[in-house]
Design a protein around this ligand. Structure first.
Ligand code: BTN
Length: 267
């Protein structure tokens, strides 16, 4: 059967600037690793590495990312933002908003962002985003933005360790899915628009507002884990202008720049 994802189909679907420089491979260890190597050798802003299957896909915090041939959309975009490092969360927010906006018309139900940038459909994770950077001085010179979307996974395809919290576009819609080449083109258009807003001081606040509107956690009781293993339990209040999460705990407010939301309870 002809694949819905190949270099020709992608090239003819691309309408914006991102993805004009494109590398498609049927199988690769990790598109993020390949894109970072390409960036190091001069890969341009907007270049994209996309694959049908990853054998060593990476998630946040050293986790692995599950892949199955033909069933996910997995790609990495090279961005060269020259953004102050403390604005990293703004870039993360822009990516989450872009993906959520692209997926919303495809699925039935609610599309939301679990801070920092997991995209949930009907409260289950459908997309993971891994941003890896190279800094020059105090600015982000290169951001490799890796995105994995569970497109056509059936329930039985999901490994038991993620099955309770994960889903796919197929499982969350009753309508036909777009082919993955068209979906990629669509997500890239959304990223281009949201990235431009994030970099524009006059519009970056709109990214934060949109991320807040789309948030699965604001107003809820959460437990947030820091990379050092410590946790804060409290109420997720808001995001600051840099995309950091503000949590109220025991009468004090905490700013969380890097972390992971472990538990959600309805407040
Ligand atoms: C996460 O949820 O922890 C982030 C998952 C990111 C997965 C994508 S798939 C494309 C790109 N290549 C990788 O190795 N990881 C990202």
């Amino acid at each position: 059967m002809a694949s819905d994802l190949d270099a020709d189909k992608i090239a003819s679907s691309i309408t914006g600037d991102l993805g004009r420089a494109l590398r498609y491979v049927d199988e690769i260890a990790s598109t993020n690793t390949a894109a970072m190597e390409w960036a190091t050798r001069g890969g341009p802003h907007g270049a994209v590495v996309v694959t049908d299957h990853q054998t060593g896909g990476r998630g946040r915090w050293g986790r692995s990312w599950f892949s199955l041939p033909g069933k996910l959309l997995q790609f990495s975009v090279i961005l060269r933002p020259d953004l102050p490092v403390e604005r990293h969360g703004l870039l993360t927010a822009a990516l989450g908003v872009a993906v959520a906006d692209a997926l919303e018309p495809i699925v039935d139900g609610t599309t939301a962002i679990k801070w920092p940038n997991d995209v949930l459909v009907n409260d289950k994770k459908v997309t993971g985003i891994l941003v890896e950077t190279q800094t020059t001085g105090s600015t982000i010179a290169v951001a490799v933005c890796g995105i994995g979307i569970n497109v056509a996974l059936e329930r039985d395809d999901l490994p038991p360790e993620i099955a309770p919290r994960a889903s796919s576009l197929l499982l969350e819609t009753n309508r036909p899915l777009p082919d993955r080449s068209a979906l990629l083109a669509d997500v890239l258009v959304q990223i281009e628009a949201r990235y431009a807003m994030a970099l524009d001081p006059g519009h970056s606040h709109a990214i934060i507002s949109r991320a807040a509107q789309r948030s699965a956690i604001l107003g809820r009781d959460v437990v947030v884990r820091d990379p050092d293993g410590s946790t804060i339990a409290g109420r997720a209040l808001s995001f600051n202008d840099n995309g950091a999460l503000i949590v109220e705990s025991d009468g004090a407010t905490h700013m969380v720049v890097v972390g992971e939301v472990e538990q959600l309870r309805t407040a």
